[in-house]
Ligand binder design. Structure first.
Ligand code: ADP
Length: 648
């Protein structure tokens, strides 16, 4: 028997492909033409005069219902079988009303479809519609697997209609996407569970409302226009992204497809709407857009490179930093934008990133015009699902100004250190040279005092006392100045020093004074440290002496020395019960010649704490003063346990 010649019409290429395969595999059919819209189907039917046209209803340009009468006119002997994805009773009626011979649904297995189509090709058959029956023996399915015997019992028209309605109800109700039938005015006539879940409203609530009642105001106008165009027949289907407002205030995004069903007289009867929840997709799109905007507007340079270290993407900030026009860096070798002298350090950082996922490095970079700039690079590796390196991101910041500033500061600090050293040298020499004339002055003043005082009147004796007092103060000042200068001039000595022993030595020297004043100096056990014993002695002596000196008149001084471990250092504390230091002057007092009191009240040169600061800082420690919680002050200094480089 010659195969039945078929023209297929469906706007989805995959469906056409499936139908062709299904029909030709049965060897009962031969597909002679394929159309993707109603107009093409009409033309092919007229040209080829096939035995049957298998026609989808919802197609662009000209839909199936419009095409049926045209096909009928151009190819009167051709049977027209509608194959629709969606069966509402009225659609079947409309198709038959327009002149179709049969109406089939796409839901059948291939073997069933072949059999039903074969049956529908025989005069008087109308496929799924009342009266449909078919002869299993008619079609031999040679290439299709899973063939099941088809039901041979005849169904009554009512039963078939009931079954069709039930199938529709089940498909509608259980569809994973939102589905609704709406009146031409946009009121819900029927809604499924998925739509209720999506919109956050139960069925009775939806059926009492129009879709527009909870459509986002921004989308209302467009939706109204699309529905008007459908009603006017200007479009067959509409597709749009619609925001629905849920009662909890959230917004859900839906991809809505609508088409309009018409009654047998062509009047609009119902909108069929399908709503797919695309909220997640929208959020992801938004995040991607947001991220792209962030990249675009980021002040810092961001680049993506492949595993061969070639640029894949760069943001405008990166391109301008590298001195390339936007887009021109793509494909460029990373190495071409790095300074060759820094290649090793960048490579080392890259290797570190490959191992640990990220790395940071400061390096010089080359612009397209060959000029050099400094960049701080943070590299983050990218890997595939198997953990293989696919490339890396470069986050780059131009630190040229910072680096130049650092260099200038370093130069300035070097200059300052040099001139300070020169000044200290000068002070040392000056102080040293002042010593001998001072000795002459004070020596003769002493002689005057001892030998000639009886010959002087009261005023002369007072003058001699003034000379002796001034000479003694000047001697102390010169000694202090020399001590200060010596801290930086001699070669640094670093030996094991017991602070206990150092303090004991100091107390021996002070014994007489302590006994006379009733002052006490106590200490917890002190540690052994590495350093210069002379300088450490000087440091402790100055602090203890100050603690004894700066007490309120009439009260006995109490000084206590302790030490504790802090990370990387010993912290030594000298506490007293004295007059305390005003917080406003706590930094100042460590400078040269800084004194807070009149000499008549507390004697001194204002150099002692400057010497302490110099000793501590040259050893990499720090010194400061704080309140003693029990009254007085606490002078604290640190001695690093890992002795770093000694600075002058
Ligand atoms: P001075 O020769 O005056 O002791 P320092 O450099 O040792 O010079 O101290 C500077 C100033 O810091 C002192 O004049 C004093 O005002 C203040 N000072 C130092 N130690 C103490 C302390 N233990 N209690 C209160 N004030 C102090």
């Amino acid at each position: 028997m010659a195969p039945v010649r078929v023209v297929l019409a469906d706007d989805v290429p995959a469906v056409l492909h499936l139908l062709r395969y299904t029909l030709e595999a049965s060897e009962a059919f031969q597909v002679v033409g394929e159309a993707t819209n109603g107009a093409e189907a009409v033309r092919l039917a007229g040209d080829l005069r096939p035995d049957v046209v298998l026609l989808d209803l919802a197609m662009p340009v000209m839909d199936g219902l419009e095409a049926i009468p045209e096909i009928r006119r151009r190819a009167p002997a051709t049977r027209i079988v509608v194959l629709s994805g969606f069966n509402a009773d009225r659609m079947e009626e409309s198709a038959i009303g327009c002149g179709a011979d049969a109406y089939l649904e796409k839901r059948y297995r291939p073997d069933e479809l072949v059999a039903r189509l074969m049956s529908a090709c025989r005069p008087g058959r109308t496929g799924d519609s009342p009266g449909a029956e078919f002869d299993d023996g008619l079609v031999h399915l040679r290439h299709l697997e899973g063939h099941q015997p088809l039901p041979s019992a005849l169904r009554s028209p009512e039963q078939a209609a009931r079954e069709a309605r039930e199938r529709f109800r089940l498909a509608f109700e259980n569809a994973p996407i939102g589905m609704a039938l709406l009146s031409p005015a946009g009121r819900f006539l029927q809604v499924n569970r998925a739509l209720c879940t999506m919109t956050g409203r139960d069925e009775p609530l939806l059926l009492a409302r129009a879709e527009a009642d909870f459509t986002h105001p921004y989308d209302l106008e467009r939706e109204a226009r699309l529905m008007a165009e459908l009603l006017a027949g200007e479009i067959d289907t509409s597709r749009s992204e619609v925001r629905y407002q849920r009662p909890d205030g959230d917004v859900v995004w839906a991809l809505v497809s609508r088409s309009l069903l018409r009654d047998e007289r062509g009047r609009p009867s119902q909108f069929v709407s399908q709503m797919v929840d695309i909220t997640e997709q929208k959020r992801a799109e938004h995040a991607v857009r947001h991220f792209a905007a962030v990249l675009e507007h980021a002040i810092e340079g961001i680049a993506r490179l492949d595993a061969r270290r070639r640029y894949l993407d760069v943001n405008p900030a990166y391109a301008s930093m590298a001195g390339y026009p936007a887009g021109e860096l793509v494909g460029v070798d990373w190495a071409d934008t790095l300074h060759p002298d820094d290649a090793d350090r960048v490579d080392a950082a890259y290797d570190e990133m490959v191992g640990s996922g990220w790395a940071e490095v400061d390096s010089r970079a080359l612009r397209k015009d060959g000029s050099v700039h400094f960049q701080r690079l943070v590299m983050v590796s990218t890997v595939d699902d198997d953990g293989r390196l696919t490339g890396h991101y470069c986050f780059s910041k131009d630190v040229t100004d910072e680096k130049r500033g650092e260099e200038a500061r370093r130069r300035h600090a070097d200059d300052l250190a040099r001139s300070n050293a020169e000044l200290v040298d000068f002070a040392y020499v000056a102080a040293h040279d002042l010593k001998s004339p001072l000795q002459v002055v004070s020596g003769f003043a002493h002689l005057l005092d001892q030998l000639y005082v009886p010959a002087l009147d009261e005023r002369g004796r007072e003058f001699v006392r003034f000379i002796l007092d001034g000479a003694s103060r000047m001697d102390t000042l010169i000694e202090d100045l020399l001590s200060y200068c010596r801290v930086g001039s001699a070669e640094p000595v670093t030996v094991d020093v017991s602070l206990d022993a150092v303090l004991a030595g100091i107390l021996v020297q002070m014994k007489a004074d302590l006994e006379a004043s009733g002052a006490t100096v106590t200490a917890d056990p002190l540690p052994g440290v590495r350093g210069d014993p002379v300088q450490l002695g000087q440091l402790l002596q100055n602090l203890v002496a100050n603690g004894l000196k700066f007490v309120a008149e009439g009260s006995a001084a109490r000084v206590h020395v302790t030490a504790e471990r802090v990370p990387g250092a010993w912290a030594v504390t000298v506490s007293d019960n004295g007059i305390g230091v005003d917080p406003a002057h706590r930094e100042r007092i460590f400078g040269m010649f800084e004194r807070l009191h009149a000499r008549e009240r507390y004697q001194g040169t204002g150099i002692g704490l400057a010497i302490c600061a110099r000793i501590v800082e040259r050893r990499g420690g720090s010194i400061w003063v704080e309140d003693n919680p029990s009254g007085g002050s606490r002078f604290r200094f640190t001695i690093p346990t890992e002795t770093g480089p000694v600075t002058s």
